[in-house]
Design a protein around this ligand. Structure first.
Ligand SMILES: [Zn+2]
Length: 246
């Protein structure tokens, strides 16, 4: 079986031993890694990682928690990087009302990244916490291919996202959702992605590694009543489609 971890922060592990982390994951079938940045400082690190190992797909963006640190000209630099690296995805970016440092600025920075994804025809990774109203208001500006990562919202909102053409990605956090069965079963099979969001969002309070991804796939497949073989093949195809902007 083959898997792709569609959201991980390789730059954030305490032990900076990326080759080891990737080798353990590849040994259990995880063969692709979308490495998500949260701030401008991450872009170069992630690009360098992707040069060392082609299984790493860089995702370049500004996370809503990082907006206080943005430097003037960031959007120009991001545009340059996207031009230079045609495989790069945009993200992670988004809206977060729990960490509402500057709501106006959050929206402005998010919308800029939407238009860059659109302009360069790249998939987009969205982080959305308590901000579904804002996302609804601007949904017509979303690029063709996007994902709501580590989905933990309501079933109704998920249907909206699916209607707008988005993918839904689950991490281990969905297993804590009070309505996890209903939500997990309602995603159409061709719209579902999986991620660890490592080193974060593990079930236990320790670093979460990408070799945990097959466990997540097994749990989700069981909840959906599908065989792991069939389910993982479908999710693998979805991940490939997503990465290639389809
Ligand atoms: Zn993340």
């Amino acid at each position: 079986m083959q898997f792709i971890d569609t959201h991980i922060h390789l730059q954030d592990y305490k032990e900076k031993n990326t080759p080891q982390i990737l080798a353990s994951a590849k040994a259990v079938g995880v063969e692709g890694f979308v490495c998500a940045s949260v701030q401008e400082e991450d872009w170069e690190t992630i690009i360098n990682l992707s040069k060392q190992d082609v299984s790493i797909i860089p995702a370049l963006g500004i996370h809503p928690w990082s907006i206080a640190q943005v430097r003037p000209g960031w959007e120009k630099k991001l545009a340059q990087k996207l031009e230079e690296f045609p495989q790069a995805i945009v993200g992670e970016c988004g809206l977060d009302r729990l960490k509402n440092s500057d709501w106006e600025k959050q929206q402005e920075i998010f919308i800029t990244q939407l238009s860059l994804a659109k302009h360069y025809n790249r998939p987009l990774i969205i982080h959305c916490v308590k901000a579904q109203e804002m996302l609804t208001n601007i949904h017509s500006q979303l690029p063709k291919v996007f994902v709501l990562h580590s989905y933990y919202g309501k079933g109704e909102f998920m249907h909206q996202i699916l209607q707008w053409g988005g993918y839904i990605s689950f991490s281990f956090s969905i297993l804590r959702h009070p309505q996890k069965e209903k939500i997990i079963r309602q995603v159409p099979s061709e719209r579902l992605l999986l991620e660890t969001d490592g080193p974060y969002q593990g079930l236990e309070k320790k670093e979460n590694y990408p070799d945990n991804l097959p466990n997540l796939a097994e749990t989700i497949a069981a909840i959906r009543g599908e065989t792991i073989e069939h389910f993982s093949q479908q999710v693998y195809q979805n991940s490939q489609r997503f990465i290639h902007g389809k």
